[in-house]
Design a protein around this ligand. Structure first.
Ligand SMILES: [Fe+2]
Ligand SMILES: [Fe+2]
Length: 415
C-alpha cells in the first residue's frame, strides 16, 4: 500500500488488537479524529493481527492483554521476535496485573483500561519520537561501524535474573553482590558518599540494598560496571572519574527532585537511573572515536556552544541518541531511554507533564552549574526555561537549585 502523506509526513500506521468486537468499534469511534495523522487497522485476534502484519508494515501495535486464543503477552512476544522495529503497547485492566507482568519483556509501554484517547495519543507519539531518534540512520550507521559496544555487566544481569525469581530477597541479592569484591568496594564507596545522605556508614551490600532500594543499587552496579570497562583506556579524551562523578551526582539530584515533586516510587527510581546513565553515550563516542571526540572538546573550548551541537556537526548525532540506543539494547524501560534521549532537548518530547526526563534535564543543568560555577539558577544556560514554563514549573527552580547546592556542599566534605 503506498504511504499516505499528511502535511508532508507519512502517517503513523497503528494496529489495534482486541477479541471483543464492541471494544474495537469503540476504539475506532473514539480515535476517528486521529485519522488525518494515523492510518488505523483493527484485528479481533492475535492470529489475525499477525496475518495483517505479514501483509503490510505497521509502526505500532496496541494489543489488549486478555484475549482468548492468544493473549496480548504472547502476541507481543511474537511481534518482538518477528517485527522488532514495531512499537508494542499493551492495554490491560486493573485485574490483569499479573498477566501484565508477563508482558514486561515484550511491551514498550503499558496503558490501563479504560483507555483515555489523549493518553493513547500521547503514548503513541512519545514512542514514535523515541524510535525516530534512536532508529535514525545516522545513529545506526555510527553504531554499526563501532568495534565495541559495552554489554551490561554480568553482575547486573545476575541481579536482574535473581529479581525474577519468586524466592528472591534483599538478603539474597545483597549476598550475590558481595561475592563480587571489586564491585562491592566501588558500590560501598558510592553509597557512603554524601550524595545519598545516609547518616551511617554502610559496610555490606545487604545494608545498601535495604537502605537505598534495589533499583538504586542495580543502577549503581550498571553504571560502575560500564564505566570500569573504560578505565584502562589511556587514550580517553577526558577523565572517566569526572564523568562518573557527574553522572552519580546527577542521579542523586534527580532522585531528590523527584521526591520533592511527589513522584511515585517507581518514577523516583527511574529518575535516578536515568540521571546516572544520561551521559553514557559520551563514553561510547569517546572510546570508539577518540580523535573526533577530541575535536568536540577543542571546539567547545573555543566556541560558546553546547556539546550536543558540536557532536551533531562532527558525528551527525549526539551522545543522547547513542546513549538511548544503548539503553534500548540493554532492555531498559522506555521511560529511561526517553529521559536519556531528550535530556538536552526536552521540548522535542511530546508530553506536557513533569516526568523523569524533566527532572534529569534540570538535574543535569543544575549539577553542571553548582560544580563548575556559582551562577544563579536563572542563568543556567543548558536548562530550557521555555520548556519548564510550558509545564508550569518555573516557580520550582529556586527550590531545586537550593537542594542541589546543599547536595554539592555536602559532597565537598567527602574529600
Ligand atoms: Fe549530556
Ligand atoms: Fe550531563
Amino acid at each position: 500500500m503506498p504511504p499516505e502523506l499528511y502535511r508532508g509526513k507519512v502517517k503513523t500506521k497503528i494496529l489495534f488488537v482486541d477479541d471483543e468486537v464492541m471494544i474495537l468499534q469503540g476504539l475506532q469511534r473514539m480515535l476517528r479524529p486521529m485519522k488525518d495523522n494515523w492510518e488505523m487497522a483493527f484485528a479481533v485476534s492475535g492470529s489475525e493481527a499477525l496475518e495483517l502484519m505479514a501483509k503490510q508494515p505497521f509502526d505500532v501495535v496496541v494489543s489488549d492483554m486478555r484475549m482468548q486464543e492468544m493473549d496480548g503477552a504472547d502476541l507481543l512476544c511474537r511481534v518482538k521476535k518477528e517485527y522488532p522495529q514495531i512499537v508494542r503497547i499493551i492495554l490491560s485492566g486493573q485485574s490483569d496485573r499479573e498477566a501484565a507482568l508477563k508482558s514486561i519483556k515484550s511491551a514498550h509501554q503499558y496503558l490501563s483500561k479504560p483507555c483515555d484517547p489523549d493518553m493513547l495519543k500521547n503514548t503513541v507519539n512519545r514512542s514514535i519520537a523515541l524510535r525516530d531518534l534512536i532508529g535514525n540512520d545516522k545513529v545506526k550507521r555510527l553504531i554499526s561501524g563501532m568495534d565495541s559496544l559495552p554489554s551490561a555487566p554480568s553482575l547486573y544481569i545476575e541481579v536482574a535474573e535473581l529479581l525474577e525469581q519468586p524466592e528472591c530477597s534483599i538478603q539474597s541479592i545483597g549476598e550475590t553482590i558481595a561475592k563480587d569484591l571489586g564491585m562491592t568496594a566501588k558500590i560501598l564507596q558510592l553509597v557512603n558518599s554524601s550524595f545519598f545522605g545516609i547518616p551511617r556508614h554502610i559496610t555490606h551490600p545487604v545494608e545498601a540494598v535495604s537502605l537505598l532500594g534495589l533499583d538504586t543499587v542495580k543502577a549503581l552496579i550498571l553504571a560502575t560496571g560500564i564505566f570500569s570497562k573504560f578505565e584502562k583506556n589511556n587514550s580517553f579524551p577526558f577523565r572517566i572519574e569526572s564523568l562518573l562523578n557527574h553522572s552519580i551526582k546527577t542521579g542523586a539530584i534527580a532522585k531528590k527532585l523527584a521526591i520533592m515533586e511527589n513522584f511515585p516510587k517507581h518514577l523516583v527510581d527511574e529518575a535516578f537511573v536515568s540521571g546516572v546513565l544520561h551521559d553514557v553515550g559520551k563514553l561510547i563516542l569517546a572510546d570508539n572515536m577518540p580523535v573526533q571526540y577530541n575535536e568536540v572538546l577543542n571546539s567547545l573550548k573555543s566556541n560558546n556552544i553546547f556539546d550536543v551541537e558540536v557532536e551533531r556537526q562532527i558525528f551527525g548525532t549526539t551522545h543522547s541518541a547513542v546513549g538511548a540506543y544503548l539503553i534500548g539494547l540493554w532492555g531498559m524501560p522506555d521511560v529511561i531511554a526517553e529521559a536519556v534521549a531528550f535530556h538536552h532537548s526536552p521540548m522535542d518530547y511530546a508530553i506536557k507533564d513533569c516526568v523523569p526526563l524533566t527532572i534529569v534535564h534540570v538535574a543535569d543543568g543544575l549539577e553542571h552549574c553548582v560544580s563548575q560555577t556559582d551562577l544563579p539558577a536563572a542563568n543556567i544556560e543548558s536548562i530550557d526555561y521555555g520548556y519548564l514554563d510550558k509545564l508550569g514549573l518555573t516557580g520550582r527552580i529556586a527550590a531545586w537549585h537550593k537542594i542541589t547546592t546543599s547536595i554539592n556542599d555536602e559532597s565537598k566534605s567527602d574529600g
